[in-house]
Design a protein around this ligand. Structure first.
Ligand code: ADP
Ligand code: MG
Length: 258
């Protein structure tokens, strides 16, 4: 097995589809036989809940991975989904900024645990909705970042701030950091604004934008309350099809860059 590829799913805006994309892209990759670990780096723990790991089963968490001695293998636990494991989040992540304030190399902590590991094919980091120390740790640890972009008016403004942070990380701790791609989420074909945002994004970012667009699909929003990816909750839904297609496109891009 070769070195795990680490991908940070990031956007400082909340509610744009980061967690939905992390869970369902991971499930689609797992379905194709790849081993995947999700690191839930959001104190809200939506990825952990959405994959059916209740709070009382989060003995070792991404907080331990970040600040403790524990390894990825120790912190990751199996989920109901074959080939997919998870490092759950706990609410003490919310105080990581304060906890780590005095540490040197505090943005390197996650990299030290994830870089060069052979424990999976892919590691997807589900980032919190902020550009703070947690997201910074994810960007320093990652080979690339994947940006879900909700098809709405201010979407592109937020993106320039995110890309500025990527540039800063490249200049300092992680020169190799790539943009994996931007994926349009919650798109609505019948909505002019949605189409306009897609056209603007493709005009500005061209090939960085995945051809696959994730439509607004109620099954995607229902799946987390059943504690499973949409691919398992409703395998024939439009949402399932979209994330399967995203996984295939994602993999074909990996081949192209080798
Ligand atoms: P983030 O992690 O960026 O905060 P989420 O993935 O949690 O965003 O998505 C925000 C909300 O939108 C959630 O309730 C989620 O279920 C819902 N949602 C995400 N993507 C879709 C989609 N394509 N169609 C319908 N609802 C979606
Ligand atoms: Mg989230």
């Amino acid at each position: 097995m070769s070195e795990a590829r680490v991908i940070a799913v990031a956007n400082q805006k909340g509610g744009v589809g980061k967690t939905t994309t992390a869970i369902n892209l991971a499930a689609a990759l797992a379905e194709l036989g790849h081993s995947v670990v999700i690191v839930d780096l959001d104190p809200q723990g939506n990825a952990s809940t959405g994959l059916g790991i209740p709070v009382e089963k989060r003995d070792l968490s991404s907080f331990d991975l970040l600040v403790g001695e524990q390894t990825l293998q120790e912190c990751a636990q199996a989920t109901e989904v074959k080939n997919l494991s998870l490092v759950p989040s706990t609410s003490d992540l919310a105080s990581a900024d304060i906890e780590l304030a005095g540490r040197s190399a505090r943005a390197q902590l996650l990299r030290q645990k994830l870089h060069g590991t052979h424990d999976a094919d892919f590691i997807l980091i589900d980032c919190p909705p902020a550009l703070g120390l947690l997201t910074l740790n994810a960007m320093v640890a990652a080979h690339s970042i994947l940006v879900p972009l909700q098809a709405e008016f201010y979407a592109l403004e937020g993106l320039s701030q995110l890309l500025m942070t990527v540039r800063e990380v490249r200049q300092t701790a992680n020169p190799e950091l790539r943009i994996e791609g931007v994926v349009l989420t919650m798109a609505d074909n019948r909505n002019n604004l949605s189409q306009q945002v897609e056209a603007d994004a493709r005009g500005t970012l061209s090939d960085l934008v995945f051809k696959t667009v994730i439509p607004r699909n109620v099954r995607l929003s229902e799946a987390p309350s059943h504690a499973m990816p949409v691919l398992h909750y409703d395998t024939q839904s439009k949402g399932s099809g979209a994330y399967r297609s995203l996984a295939r496109e994602f993999l074909s891009r990996q081949l192209a860059t080798v």
